[in-house]
Write a protein that binds this ligand. Structure first.
Ligand SMILES: Nc1nc2c(ncn2[C@@H]2O[C@H](COP(=O)(O)OP(=O)(O)O)[C@@H](O)[C@H]2O)c(=O)[nH]1
Ligand SMILES: [Mg+2]
Ligand SMILES: [Zn+2]
Length: 346
């Protein structure tokens, strides 16, 4: 059981603007607001799993002591009204009595987020997926589900739109021919993305993946069945010091139905996510190109500059289209851009 071997947690200090409930939580920044009162009953923690009105957090104090066990907390109604918490959030937890499993604390405040990885749901509303990330790992596969450059590009664009670095992982390489993998690799490398091949089944590329994740907080995102949980399993089998997560968190869940933040070691956290069938970035026709840095780089030389849609103009006026024609911009990247462009309503 891999869940026993992986550990949630990480405390990150967050920055940027504060609003009433949202406050900066760099340790020093907390102190002035709470200095007058003895605050033994308030703890800084990270959200590792979110359910309806309750969540599991990892307490910073315990992490410093080397205890990575997540704890149940309820979410204050005040906080529920203002915003929903997401995995990765840095929060303050009030524990009125001694904080035990039977006497959980209440999450009373969430720090402003360093970044948010998000998509648009089927109603066109933003769906926040995880916060305070160092990178997005776009998980794709061969076989089932088959490789889709459109899905990969859609997830990559969401990461780029949120200014979060992204890397492509192509899993199940045991099911593909070398030449196919090399083609895909060269496409993403030409567009400036790092891409690594893995096989959770045959344990290929697992050390490289571990190096990639090491010291960072990452989210694994991709279609259901791509092998995200299997890759985490394979990582947990590496020589990484891990300790059991709480009984409550691991009870009976074998498939990933909610995002969970796991700790691989003191500095390494990975968010495993449930898969989605279709993924759409939060953009708009005008902003979409910011999700495609390779296209954006060519766009400077379009006759209409930033106003060029790279869709409606003539080839003579659009350097992006010319770059696709001469092969310096991969066709598949442009096709994904155009597909998403036509889906945008505004
Ligand atoms: N052939 C092959 N199958 C794999 C590999 N990784 C995962 N799988 C299989 O793909 C299926 C989905 O894996 P899972 O980790 O649950 O995917 P997730 O939904 O992305 O978490 C399972 O049946 C795995 O055994 C791999 O590298 N090669
Ligand atoms: Mg899974
Ligand atoms: Zn153009």
């Amino acid at each position: 059981m891999w869940m026993k071997r992986l550990l949630p947690l990480s405390i990150r200090s967050a920055s940027s603007q504060s609003s009433s409930l949202v406050q900066e939580v760099g340790e020093d920044k907390f102190r002035p607001a709470y200095a007058e009162k003895a605050e033994e009953n308030v703890e800084i923690a990270t959200v590792v799993y979110m359910g309806a009105q309750k969540c599991y957090v990892s307490l910073e104090r315990e992490v410093k002591e080397g205890i990575y066990r997540p704890r149940l907390s309820f979410v204050s109604t005040k906080l529920l009204k203002s915003e929903r918490l997401i995995v990765g959030d840095s929060v303050r937890v009030r524990c009125d009595k001694e904080y035990t499993r039977d006497m959980p604390g209440t999450v009373v405040q969430v720090a402003s987020r360093r970044n948010v990885f998000q998509r648009v749901d089927s109603d066109g509303k933003p769906k926040l997926l995880a916060s305070n990330l160092d990178q997005v790992i776009v998980c794709s596969s061969f076989g089932n589900p088959p490789f889709s450059s459109f899905v990969v590009d859609s997830v990559l664009s969401a990461a780029c739109l949120s200014s979060i670095p992204a890397v492509v992982v192509l899993n199940k390489v045991d099911l593909c021919e070398h030449s196919k993998f090399d083609d895909i690799k060269s496409t993403y490398e030409r567009s400036g993305f790092r891409i690594i091949g893995t096989s959770a089944k045959e344990r290929l590329g697992i050390n490289e993946l571990h190096k990639l994740l090491s010291g960072k907080t990452s989210v694994l995102y991709g279609l259901s069945g791509a092998g995200k949980s299997s890759l985490l399993n394979a990582l947990a089998d590496l020589d990484i010091s891990t300790r059991p997560v709480s009984q409550a968190l691991r009870s009976g869940r074998h498939t990933t139905s909610s995002s969970v933040l796991y700790r691989l070691d003191a500095q390494t956290c990975v968010v495993d996510t449930p898969g989605v069938r279709s993924f759409r970035p939060m953009a708009g026709k005008n902003r979409l190109v910011e999700g495609f840095p390779d296209i954006l780089a060519k766009a400077e030389r379009c006759a209409a500059g930033r106003r060029c849609s790279h869709i409606h103009e003539s080839v003579e006026d659009c350097f992006v289209m010319q770059s696709v024609a001469d092969g310096s911009l991969p066709q598949s990247r442009y096709t994904s851009y155009a597909h998403l462009y036509f889906e945008q309503t505004s």
